[in-house]
Design a protein around this ligand. Structure first.
Ligand SMILES: NC(=O)c1ccc[n+]([C@@H]2O[C@H](COP(=O)([O-])OP(=O)(O)OC[C@H]3O[C@@H](n4cnc5c(N)ncnc54)[C@H](O)[C@@H]3O)[C@@H](O)[C@H]2O)c1
Length: 347
């Protein structure tokens, strides 16, 4: 390998074209885009032309190209076949979330990559957002005190559309929970640690497609804290502020708009030096709080840069397959809970 990882892309016409190629692979100094493949040949040619890459006419042609790593940006139902093909061809692979349709698929994908000695990463890029990293650092420093409660919200307006794979659980694995909730659960585990129990409701509140358009989950963390994740396909984009709220015995961190694809969003911390005695008046002076505004980081660039660097250094990727598998396990427990009407304990 040289000092740049040569990337191929499978499913070039979606999030790859919108974000991962222009904001990630192209600007990352240790990455270069070599070839792209999409079953939509016109969309593929357009991306290849725009970013000066080879337009492969088949998956085999892409995998036979001189590339080191592949970004899988295809729909969820295709992740398994695509990762398995990359593994067979000996190409490192960064797969979009979720890692396949089920924990079972994820486990087989992981085993195949391990057998071939290649890395499998999961594109949970919100872990790289500068404010999220700073919040994590503050929590690790103990500024929140004992973690008490965490909430993550990610919603959008997703009306019925012909052929939309997210609206058919056989193609997307589910609806708003797996599509949006995967990021939320993953972030909350990054902040508060392992989830050990979930209780989930899903529903079709507004849209009548087969996947759920509404999901609310209660979480119990191993450290005793509690949490909730709310994800909807039926709330207008501008009405969902994508809240992130982290509470502890010594304070709280509140954000809006940091959960999402952009670098926008505001985060404020309210920390107390000491919690003091009980105040029967419940006077809430509270103060202004401290704005958490570190130097912005483009999440897609950071994700590609960090995966590429792990390959160059021969070290495990910081957001590796274990994070993807974990996310699948928690989401599966949520769907089990929604189906049974009971809380589900995770092993
Ligand atoms: N991390 C993020 O910011 C983010 C955002 C959106 C989507 N995603 C994830 O990315 C993946 C794709 O989502 P999307 O919104 O880009 O979907 P999309 O439908 O917009 O795009 C998928 C692309 O894959 C192509 N495709 C379909 N089947 C294929 C196949 N068998 N082989 C090759 N190409 C194929 C389609 O033609 C299309 O161009 C999903 O896993 C989704 O969860 C991640």
């Amino acid at each position: 390998m040289t000092d740049q990882i040569r990337w191929g892309v499978i499913g070039s016409g979606g999030i790859a074209k919108r974000r991962t190629i222009p904001e990630g692979i192209v600007p990352a100094p240790n990455a270069t885009l070599t070839a792209v493949f999409d079953t939509n040949a016109d969309a593929n040619a357009e991306v290849a032309n725009a970013f000066d890459a080879k337009a492969a006419r088949s998956l085999d042609e892409l995998l036979q190209t001189d590339i080191d790593a592949v970004y899988v940006g295809s729909p969820v139902h295709a992740h398994y076949d695509h990762v398995m093909a990359c593994a067979a061809a000996g190409k490192h692979v960064l797969c979009e979330k979720p890692l396949g349709m089920s924990p079972g698929e994820a486990e087989v994908m992981i085993a195949a990559c391990e057998k071939q000695g290649i890395q499998l990463g999961c594109a949970l890029m919100m872990r790289f957002l500068a404010q999220h990293r700073e919040a994590r650092r503050l929590i690790d420093q103990g500024k929140l005190g004992k973690p008490v409660y965490a909430r993550a919200q990610l919603s959008c307006w997703f009306p019925p559309m012909e052929g939309a794979w997210r609206q058919d659980p056989k193609l997307g694995g589910g609806g708003s929970l797996i599509d949006l909730g995967g990021h939320c659960v993953d972030l909350l585990e990054m902040f508060f640690g392992k989830v050990v129990k979930v209780a989930c409701f899903i529903n079709n509140t507004v849209h009548d497609y087969a996947s759920e358009d509404s999901a609310v989950t209660l979480l119990a963390f191993e450290n005793g804290a509690m949490g909730s994740v709310d994800t909807f396909f039926c709330i207008p984009d501008a009405s969902s502020k994508n809240a992130l709220e982290l509470y502890g015995s010594m304070g709280s961190i509140h954000a809006t708009g940091t959960i999402g694809q952009g670098e926008a969003g505001e985060m404020t911390a309210y920390f107390e030096e000491e919690t003091g005695g009980y105040d029967a008046q419940q006077t809430r002076g509270g103060g202004e709080g401290v704005t958490i505004a570190p130097e912005p980081v483009n999440m897609y660039k950071a994700e590609i840069e960090s995966f590429s660097q792990a390959l160059l250094d021969g070290k495990p990727s910081p957001v590796g397959h274990e994070v993807g598998l974990r996310s699948q396990q928690v989401l599966t427990a949520c769907y089990e809970s929604a189906a049974s009407g009971k809380a589900v304990t995770l092993l």
